[in-house]
Design a protein around this ligand. Structure first.
Ligand code: ACO
Length: 432
């Protein structure tokens, strides 16, 4: 039998049949609009809240097989990149599609390093935040404000200009992130040290006190760089979809990155590692783990098992595997995080429990990352910020891919209207 790459649909309302082309295992939603009961009918749509089964773009950046637990950037396995590469090299790969030559890497590193400083006015307005402002709130607002410093950034189709803004964003995110932290603890802001690589420079801006130059522990610097690699991109997640959706209006990339960062802030996304830590504190002791798991299952815990489950992974998150190993190296330097035992016990029990097994709920990237961040001395409020820094390159690469894609237009979903039909206005004194 010869097979055809088409889908036949019969509309039982009219008895008519339609043949729709299948490309890459998908049909075009717009093809469904041909299916009408009469000429005045708008045509068939799909109802897909939360985009559970809708491909919103074609992308060559990140590949995920959620059932097999595979994550690749531009074809390279995440575990291999985490072992052999650096964040800056991975950023180049994500932006350009290929690993850089030695010369390209040097040039890229230099251009990022030379853009780490921000205008002094940025410092001034950051100082205007309340003394206890959440660093993520400061980051979101300060990144948005950068658009006022680079008005030419709105020329999003000028490739040279666009690439300059992308470089600026990757370079300046750690500076703004570190300053948000310094502000929230009342410490003076530390300028970038251009002699230091990306992760080491961030640690210097976070931690330097009176010393002339900050020397981070190399194990911790490498651990942070690996965490940055693991968080660099993750295809069409909530914040990336926000970046693409907001960017589709052709707004400048600073405003779009601010929107993506805001999406990342939520507890179901980049805020989850913060939520994991709070949950582990609340559990307090290994002996309380079984009761907590039961409370999650019967809904009385008031929350899910944070750091577990994923829209795409129905297997162990490959990033969580790398992080678990990384945790051992970090804890050798910092001493073990006392919450680790609670986390390990939670994982052990959950992975055997029918509720979690049946729903294919495994630890995700956020389950162990918070423990490492905490052991490295980062406050819980900084966790989503530590996610936003490396994810910036993913957002930007996806945004650029969207701008260059002739299939893309301004994002504008449809709705099924469920409100009232036309009614006449009633004067206030006549309302019951
Ligand atoms: N704990 C307990 N039950 C869970 C959990 C969890 N962490 N996650 C999902 N479930 C249950 C749901 O209650 C649901 O059960 P039901 O079928 O009996 O109603 C079932 O598993 C399916 O859950 P959904 O909410 O439909 O799954 P969805 O794909 O929409 O959610 C999400 C994915 C948001 C990540 C979810 O698993 C969750 O809330 N996890 C905790 C928060 C978290 O760790 N977020 C980080 C994600 S990774 C990242 O953003 C970097």
């Amino acid at each position: 039998m010869t097979t055809k790459e088409t889908l036949s649909i019969t509309d039982n309302r009219t008895g008519k049949s339609y043949e729709l082309p299948i490309t890459d295992g998908t049909i075009k939603s717009l093809d469904l609009r041909k299916i009408k009961v009469n000429d005045t009918d708008f045509g068939m749509m799909t109802y897909d809240p939360a985009f559970m089964n809708t491909a919103s773009c074609r992308s060559a950046i990140t590949y995920i097989d959620g059932d097999a637990g595979i994550l690749r950037y531009r074809g390279y396995d995440i575990a291999e990149l985490a072992e052999k590469s650096s964040y800056i090299e991975v950023a180049y790969l994500i932006m350009n599609g290929e690993l850089p030559t030695a010369k390209q890497l040097e040039e890229f590193t230099t251009s990022i390093t030379l853009h780490t400083f921000v205008h002094e006015n940025v410092k001034d307005f950051m100082e205007g935040f309340r003394y206890d402002a959440h660093p993520m709130g400061m980051l979101v607002s300060s990144v948005a404000a950068l658009s006022t410093f680079y008005p030419e950034a709105k020329n999003v189709f000028d490739e040279k200009n666009r690439r300059l803004q992308m470089t600026r964003l990757i370079a300046k995110m750690p500076t703004i992130a570190a300053w948000s932290y310094r502000h929230s603890v009342g410490l003076r802001y530390i300028y970038p040290d251009n002699d230091l690589p990306y992760a080491a420079n961030f640690l210097s801006m976070m931690k330097r006190m009176a010393e002339r130059a900050y020397k981070a522990n190399p194990v911790l610097t490498r651990a942070l760089d690996v965490l940055f690699i693991l968080h660099a991109d993750h295809e069409q997640n909530c914040s990336t979809s926000a970046m693409r959706g907001v960017g589709s209006s052709q707004v400048d990339p600073y405003s779009a990155v601010a929107a993506a960062s805001a999406a990342l802030y939520g507890p179901l996304h980049g805020g989850a590692n913060e939520a994991v830590l709070r949950m582990l504190h609340e559990i307090g002791d290994v002996k309380n783990v079984p009761a907590f798991i039961n409370a999650v299952k019967d809904g009385s815990a008031g929350s899910r098992l944070m750091g577990f489950g994923h829209r795409v992974y129905k297997n162990y998150d490959p990033r969580a595997k790398v992080i678990k190993k990384l945790a051992d190296q970090v804890f050798e330097v910092t001493g073990k995080n006392p919450l680790l035992d609670i986390a390990l016990e939670l994982e052990r029990i959950a992975l055997q429990d029918e509720y979690f097994v049946k729903r294919k709920l495994y630890p995700n990237v956020d389950f162990y990352s918070g423990l490492i961040y905490q052991a490295m001395g980062f406050p819980v409020d900084m966790f989503p910020v530590l996610f936003a820094i490396p994810r910036t390159v993913g957002w930007l690469a996806q945004w650029e891919e969207m701008l260059k894609d002739p299939d893309q237009k301004i994002a504008r979903p449809r709705q099924i209207f469920t409100g009232p039909d036309l009614r006449s206005y009633v004067d206030v004194e006549k309302r019951g």
